[in-house]
Every structure is written in structure tokens, then in C-alpha cells.
Design a protein around this ligand. Structure first.
Ligand SMILES: [Zn+2]
Length: 295
């Protein structure tokens, strides 16, 4: 490394330092998995939940709002989650462990409760899944091949002392949205204001920037190529309700803020590199002056 290259290397280091904080999302088991189809339905295993104090209809309504208020609000993601049906499934979905071995962090899926397609939400009381009331839910894609998810399972803790039932409606919605995040392929984020942060997700009301980055990475939406008036940003017709449009605007605002933050970080790095270059040159001149004076 020559002395002339030093400012450039420092500049690159600063750029790396700032940019590395912008993408912190992870994947389940660190494997990139995503559904191939554009529309993914979220179904409910009906008649199982006994300790949540919620009827199947109330749960369906919570799931629908979790979909529309969170994952369907990302303008850069092509994934569209739709509310599915109440399904009559085997009681294994209520009683079995999610993994046949290992844990939900790194596990071999239990094939007896494999989901054929889309996403199934079920109550569950298995003590391996839920050794404590504090574990509110456990979820993962449990039917996949290569990088394609065919089916995912979301299990909500329905043990008698479960912690889910004491949460208010908004909190329960955020918890379900977090679990659906796992079902579509996302792991935990270390960024605290993300829905996919591992803890306290029940205080979220919208996606964080890291969630938006993650779902966009897994489900990138092609944007219009041309720059004429028809290339204006569009919203899918089946993204319904005013609330979804409002969230889309909020998310666009977050993306703009990120671009601005990135620009300022880069400018700061350039300014620091220039200052270092000036200091380095002045030091070199002083040393040269001293060196020639000593002769
Ligand atoms: Zn989680």
C-alpha cells in the first residue's frame, strides 16, 4: 500500500462501515428460501385454539390485518399475501413438535405436519415447541426444495399459560405478522426497530426498513423500465384498503430517508478522506522541510 492510496482505502472502509449497517436481515437457518408464486394464501387450522380466548373468525381477522398492515405494504416487493380458508387438519398440527430433531433455529422439519402449499397458522401445545409461556409462537418453512418454499407452518402457543392471550389486539397482530415473516423466508434481524427483531415484536405497528429490505431481496418486484408518464409508481390493485396505501406511503418515506442517510454518510466519508489527505500532505511537507534543514 502506497501513502497515496491511504485516503482511498480509508474512504472505502468508511463506506463499508456505513453500508454494512443498512442490510442486516437474515434468513431462516441462513438459507435463502422464498415462495415462487406471486400470491401466497395464509390459512387457519380450524377448531384447535382453546386457550387464546379467540374464535376462529377472530383469528382469521387478525391474520388478515397482519397481512395487510405489514407484508402487503411494501411497494418494492412482488409478494402478495391473501387470506385463505379455515382448514380441517389432523390433530398432529395441534400436538406435534415443529422439528423432528433440533430446534426451530436449526431443525429438521417434522414431516407429519408438513404444509403442502402456502402458509398454515395453527394453535399448538407441544412442550418442545413451547417449554415456556414466554415463547409465543414458532414458525418456519417446512416444505421446501432447493431455494423454493412450497409450504410454511406458523404455530401459536396454545398451552394453558400461554403469553399470547394477555397481549392486546395490536400486539397479537404484530406477533402474527412476525411469524408470517419467518414463513415467507425471513430470519431474525439484529435491528431493534424491525418487526423481525427477535424480541419485543409486540410493540411494533409497522415494518422497519430492514424488514422492507429483506422482503424486497426475497421477492423483488420488477419496476417499469421506461421513464415516460406510464412509468409512475403503481400500486397493485389487490392491495386494498386505505390503511395499506397509507403504510405504502410511510414505507416510501422510510426508503427516501435511507437514501438521504446513505448520501450523508458517503459525503461525510469523502470529507474525512479529503481532510486526512490534506493532513497527510502537510505532515509530509513539514518532514521534508525538517529533513532538508538538517543538511
Ligand atoms: Zn421470530
Amino acid at each position: 500500500m502506497t501513502k497515496k492510496q491511504l485516503p482511498l482505502i480509508l474512504l472505502l472502509l468508511f463506506a463499508q462501515l456505513f453500508s454494512s449497517k443498512l442490510f442486516s436481515f437474515t434468513f431462516n437457518n441462513n438459507v435463502t428460501l422464498a415462495f415462487n408464486q406471486k400470491n401466497v394464501a395464509v390459512h387457519l387450522a380450524q377448531g384447535f385454539c382453546q386457550n387464546l380466548n379467540l374464535s376462529d373468525d377472530q383469528l382469521m381477522s387478525l391474520i388478515e390485518e397482519a397481512i395487510d398492515d405489514y407484508w402487503n405494504t411494501v411497494p418494492t416487493s412482488k409478494l402478495i399475501l391473501v387470506i385463505g380458508q379455515k382448514k380441517s387438519l389432523s390433530s398432529s398440527y395441534y400436538s406435534d413438535p415443529l422439528c423432528s430433531s433440533g430446534t426451530s433455529n436449526r431443525c429438521t422439519p417434522n414431516v407429519t405436519i408438513k404444509v403442502d402449499n402456502d402458509i398454515v397458522v395453527s394453535c399448538n401445545t407441544n412442550s418442545t415447541n413451547f417449554p415456556s409461556p414466554a415463547i409465543l409462537a414458532s414458525s418456519m418453512p417446512n416444505n421446501f426444495s432447493g431455494n423454493t418454499i412450497y409450504g410454511s407452518l406458523v404455530l401459536i402457543n396454545d398451552t394453558a399459560s400461554n403469553g399470547f392471550k394477555s397481549r392486546n389486539r395490536e400486539q397479537q397482530k404484530a406477533i402474527i405478522a412476525h411469524e408470517i415473516g419467518h414463513a415467507i423466508g425471513l430470519g431474525h434481524s439484529p435491528v431493534k426497530d424491525s418487526l423481525m427483531y427477535y424480541s419485543d415484536v409486540n410493540y411494533r405497528t409497522r415494518l422497519g426498513l430492514d424488514d422492507i429490505d429483506g422482503v424486497t431481496y426475497l421477492y423483488p418486484k420488477e419496476q417499469p423500465f421506461s421513464c415516460n408518464s406510464s412509468a409512475a409508481f403503481f400500486v397493485d390493485k389487490n392491495l386494498n384498503q386505505q390503511s395499506s396505501k397509507k403504510k405504502i406511503q410511510q414505507n416510501l418515506q422510510a426508503v427516501k430517508q435511507s437514501i438521504l442517510a446513505n448520501f450523508f454518510s458517503f459525503t461525510l466519508a469523502v470529507v474525512i478522506a479529503i481532510i486526512l489527505r490534506i493532513v497527510f500532505n502537510q505532515t509530509k511537507l513539514r518532514l521534508r522541510a525538517r529533513h532538508s534543514a538538517s543538511y
